[in-house]
Design a protein around this ligand. Structure first.
Ligand SMILES: [Zn+2]
Length: 162
């Protein structure tokens, strides 16, 4: 069990909330509650500190549903990842030491990789965030005033098979 900051990308703007971060984070593992919730809001993503079971491949994302008809893919990126195997998604070994690789005797190609460098999140920079957040606020005000903030309880998550 290792605690990671997981960034949740691809969320529609109304779902970029602390509540959504909690509901999606809970599908990865136990969420660590913070005193300062603003740390969970990035420029165009949310982030959540989760205890991850590293005896399984890292989760790349979740299919999400909201507003009865909408669905999408919430993509996960992990901050400060140690080694990760791009073939099987396990942390703490890399492709060279992968049992998947060893079993297949080198028949696995780059195309077979289910993971890539995109799984590594850039380091979170709160100072940079606040500047971008102001811009986002202005854009929001010019947009649709009737935009609804959806209750996070309506976000359902799917656990995709690998
Ligand atoms: Zn591996």
């Amino acid at each position: 069990m290792t605690a990671f900051w997981v960034q949740i990308h691809n969320l529609p703007f109304p779902l970029q909330t602390v509540e959504t971060a909690f509901s999606i984070g809970e599908t990865i593992g136990p969420v660590i509650k913070l005193k300062d919730l603003s740390e969970m809001l990035g420029a165009n993503f949310v982030r959540v500190r989760v205890i991850v079971d590293v005896s399984k491949p890292l989760c790349r994302g979740r299919k999400i549903y909201w507003d009865t008809e909408c669905e999408g893919w919430a993509a996960f990126m992990y901050e400060s990842l140690p080694n990760i195997c791009y073939l099987c998604g396990f942390v703490f070994h890399d492709d060279k030491d992968c049992s998947l690789c060893l079993h297949s005797k080198g028949t696995l190609k780059l195309d077979d990789q289910q993971f890539g460098p995109w799984i590594r999140a850039p380091l979170f920079n709160p100072a940079k965030k606040s500047v971008i957040e102001v811009k986002g606020y202005e854009v929001l005000n010019k947009g649709d005033e009737n935009m609804m903030i959806l209750p996070a309880t309506r976000v359902d998550c799917d656990v995709p098979g690998l």
